[in-house]
Ligand binder design. Structure first.
Ligand SMILES: [Zn+2]
Length: 183
């Protein structure tokens, strides 16, 4: 059975970007999203493993590799000082074709659903944000940034569409995992 590891970005103690108006951070948004994605993957006959960070980020990546999952995704939201910044982007390791293919597969329906700016795929190199996870994971891996949590309107949209977001992520993931993997 194909397996996907879903990493909840950040942790309960360090929630990532925080929106004071909504009193919500990335972790708050994404641990719920992870559950929805997992349930929908399982209904498509893909085995989900939800991964929470332990005491260290590098330890988490080690734990992801120990699952032997076929793919891994890490859930984040974007944040910026400019509260009007918006849009979806998906990060992949710059030399990994398999990760780029997965990123492309996910970016299109995520942008299609939220319909803000399409910021596209970001090819990540050593030292860029998210590089450690994207480089050190043994399987194709991407980081999702579907919207800016620092933008009040975008966060409202994300909350309204969170279940649909899980639907499109799980749908695209399952299609990719089940139909396009030859290994
Ligand atoms: Zn984050």
């Amino acid at each position: 059975m194909k397996t996907v590891c879903i990493v909840v970005g950040h942790s309960h103690a360090d929630g990532g970007c925080y929106n004071p108006n909504a009193e919500m951070n990335e972790y708050d948004f994404n641990h719920v999203l992870a559950g929805h994605i997992a349930e929908r993957l399982h209904s498509r006959n893909v085995r989900p493993i939800i991964m929470y960070r332990g005491s260290s980020y590098s330890g988490m990546v080690k734990d992801v590799n120990a699952t032997n999952a076929d793919f891994a995704i890490e859930l984040h939201c974007n944040g910026a000082k400019n509260k009007n910044a918006k849009g979806a982007e998906t990060l992949h390791w710059h030399t990994s074709k398999a990760s780029k293919a997965l990123a492309a597969r996910l970016q299109t329906p995520i942008h299609g659903l939220l319909n803000e700016r399409n910021r596209g795929l970001k090819a990540i190199k050593k030292g860029d944000r998210g590089w450690y996870f994207l480089k050190k994971t043994a399987m194709p891996a991407v980081i999702l940034e579907p919207f800016f949590l620092s933008n009040d309107e975008s966060l409202k949209l994300g909350l309204t569409l969170r279940e649909q977001l899980a639907n499109v992520i799980a749908g695209a993931l399952a299609d990719h995992v089940l139909n396009e993997v030859t290994q």
